[in-house]
Unconditional design. Structure first.
Length: 110
């Protein structure tokens, strides 16, 4: 992860969602806006894509509506993510956080 740390990326996404909700968008619209805002990261990095989609899942559930496409994309990412490759891009603390976030997301999706 070259641009941001794991924690920074999560914080940026959560801040953006709250800002979009504050601007009058609903969670569906706010999620779409995040996908547009982070399109480059989503396209270029599987790890950043996973982090973004896990955050979108959590926020969707928190705000009462998880879009089917986000749920499906997150499940697909979780099914094919290479943790060994991800680990090379993360600090020890971030590796533990990733695994905790994966477990939490899987529980949200089940």
């Amino acid at each position: 992860m070259d641009k941001w740390s794991y924690k920074e990326l999560q914080e940026f996404i959560l801040e953006d969602i709250e800002e979009f909700l504050g601007d009058g968008l609903d969670i569906r619209q706010a999620s779409s806006r995040v996908q547009v805002e982070y399109a480059k990261s989503i396209k270029e990095s599987e790890l950043e894509k996973l982090i973004i989609y896990m955050a979108l899942c959590e926020e969707g559930v928190k705000h009462g509506f998880l879009r089917d496409d986000i749920k499906e994309q997150t499940q697909e990412l979780l099914g094919r993510i290479d943790l060994g490759y991800c680990d090379q891009q993360l600090s020890d603390e971030e590796r533990l956080k990733l695994r905790d976030d994966i477990k939490r997301t899987l529980s949200l999706l089940s």
